[in-house]
Design a protein around this ligand. Sequence first.
Ligand SMILES: O=C([O-])CC(=O)C(=O)O
Ligand SMILES: [Mg+2]
Length: 220
Amino acid sequence: MSGQNISKFVQWGRNIVAVGRNYRDHCAELGNAVPTKPLLFMKPPSSYLEEGSGPILIPRGCMSCHHEVELGVVIGDVCCDISEDEVMSRIAGFALTLDMTARDFQEEAKKNGNPWTLAKCFDTALPVSKFIPISDIADPGNVKIWCKVNDEMRQNGTTADMVFSISYLVSYISQYFTLHRGDLVLTGTPAGVGSVNVGDTITAGLGDFITMKFDVKQRK
Ligand SMILES: O=C([O-])CC(=O)C(=O)O
Ligand SMILES: [Mg+2]
């Protein structure tokens, strides 16, 4: 079997680029400095959890699984070395997302100077809403974004508070690696992140455009 093109066996595309520390209030609550350039990490397609397809599963051994509500930008066309002015014409639309984070795993990784892979990439770590076409949102840089756990409002922010704008982020990423149609960019979370427990229900919303709901269970 050796010698065959790898493209027959692995699928290209569907990268998920996540931006961290993109809201000052969230930087403050976790004791991190506000970055002077975007902080990037990846989440894998295997972490996608579409609404209605099952619960968020707290990973084995995780004692502090945090919700991070984020605006997701769905790429519609190739972005390679594009300017900020070109970004909006390359975006297909948006999704509301949760960058679920095993915070205790992340703290341990941070302490040891290790990558955040286990903290950010576990199965179900990326709950996503239905697709929102770009034509639906006149100003994605100024929409309310919120997250409730059961009936308690935990995060209640606005995308107007991003440190780096959507256009800046997509242009910046495109200077280093090419984004393709179907890729997703997570734009960071506002303050109010916190733990969820087995039996909780997370509800989140983006302006008047969309809401989504996920139950939380434990991975057995
Ligand atoms: O884990 C973190 O706090 C970094 C991050 O994803 C965010 O700021 O959205
Ligand atoms: Mg995040």
